[in-house]
Design a protein around this ligand. Sequence first.
Ligand SMILES: [Zn+2]
Length: 162
Amino acid sequence: MTNEPLVCDICELREGESFPVIYGKALVQRNTPTRGSTATRVETTYGVGGSTRVGLCRGCVRRHRLQTLQPGAALAVAGLIAMVVGFMGFLPGQMSISAGVAGFFATVFGIAALAIWVSQQETFAARYAVKRREAALKEEGWNAFWTEKEYARLEHKQGLQG
Ligand SMILES: [Zn+2]
């Protein structure tokens, strides 16, 4: 597999890093006994159809990544404001407490969303490349899609013939 830059799939202007998108199908599901227990776990074997590549330039990746940051950041900021307004007692009695408590939870969820966002730093572009192709590949009948790393971690896979 070559790793030559490809024209960006989004702006179609600049050259970008090329990301592999690997596609396939869920084939068989088996119940495998878990050792030392009566429980079984479902194991899916995937048939691998092939792979394609998607180019994404840094500018487009950065722009899209910032967009995904917004909901978490907005929630955290709104939560902080509600918390300050509530707990500083700017609102009458019970309303103040409600606003403070709601603000607290909004802040916690906002910060959790931001932590997830930060943790996706490295996988973001590769995942986004997969998303760009998913709809078209689904139309061709594929139902499983992986980045290079996800594919490497996949346990049960086999090539499809034809
Ligand atoms: Zn671009």
